[in-house]
Every structure is written in C-alpha cells, then in structure tokens.
Design a protein around this ligand. Sequence first.
Ligand code: E4P
Length: 221
Amino acid sequence: MKFFVDTADIAEIRDLAATGLLDGVTTNPSLVAKAGRNFVELVAEICDVVSGPVSAEVASTEFEPMLKEGRYLATIAPNVAVKVPLTPAGLKTCRILANEGTMVNVTLCFSAAQAILAAKAGAAFVSPFVGRLDDIGQNGLALIEEICTIYAAYPHFTTEVLVASVRNPTHVVESAKMGAHVATMPPSVIRQLFNHPLTDKGLSQFVADWAKTGQNILDQK
Ligand code: E4P
C-alpha cells in the first residue's frame, strides 16, 4: 500500500519525506487556504520534495475553465496529478487530461457507482472519502470494500483506489486488508501508525539493560 500525506504544509511534507516512507501528497482547496501560500508556487515546491504523485485540485466547477486549469496545473511538474471533482464536468475533464497523458485524481467519491464512472473516465486515482461517510453514520470502509471488489472484477480498470478522509490507523489497516492501493492521511495519522505501548516499554527495558553492560558498540570497531 502506498502512503500519501494529505496536507499543504511544506514543513510537514519535508519532515515526512525524510522518513523515506512517503509515496505522494494530496492537497485540496481547504488545505491550501490553511497554508496561506501562492498555490502554484506551493505545488511546485512540493513536487521538488516528493517525486511521487502530488494532487493539485482545480477550482472551477464548469467544464471549460476546469480543463484550462487542469492543463495549467499539469505544466507545473511531471508528477502533478490534477484533482477534479466527481461531477459530469470533472469526469469529462478527466477523460481529456488522461488521454493527454496527465494523471488525474477524481475526488469527492461517495459511492461505488461514482467509482465505476471514475475508472471509465481513465482516472489514475479515485478518492473515496471514508471519514466523511462515517461522520454521517454510514460505513466508509464498506465503500472501500465495494470499490476494491468491483475494480478486481475488471482488470482493464487501471484506476487506483486512494482511500481519503482517513481519520485513524484502523482506516489504513482495514483498507490495506481489502487491497486498496493508496491511503492519504493527515500527518498525525501517519505518526500514529508508528505507535504501540509495548514498543515503548520494550525499548525502555532494552536501553536500561544495555546501560548495565557498560559497553559502547562504536568503541568496539
Ligand atoms: C483527499 O484527497 C482529501 O484531501 C482529504 O482526504 C479530505 O479529508 P477530510 O475529510 O479530513 O477533509
């Protein structure tokens, strides 16, 4: 499973990229507004830090301006994935950009039917929002399972399932069990993946016992 970080905070992106565990980045207009920076400059900087796909979302909702924005965003760097909403205009834009060789991430997917449309439109990624479905009392992970099952039945679908709106490590692990290709997570969730109380406890014990040996490994070279 690939790990993307869902943020427009360049300091967080640099920090996580240094772990060697980061495969890509997703941004959205809300995250960009929070970052308070020029969008195009920000995307260019992120693309310098991370070589994997970096999602940059169009702002227009009408087809023609959306296509123009998508084509422009695609010129920023070869690893830009243009993000479009799951609407008729978005899917029309997706098909054209995909035919031009641009990666497209179709976002705001909330049903299996929508995910089928995204695959048929040639999306590189479809982003089903797990947490936002959970928030309204539906089962976000059940949607991931449905989409993975459908896509597996049609091997010519090349669209990757990009699990979005991830709120906790359970969303990540359960999606991985279903074979989802990618999870995009806020930095806090990526950091939570490292944690286990028995790791902390075991490490404290090893550190204390090692001190009793009075040895230093590097002195033994
Ligand atoms: C995905 O690409 C979206 O940016 C993101 O996962 C939305 O998550 P949220 O529901 O936490 O805003």
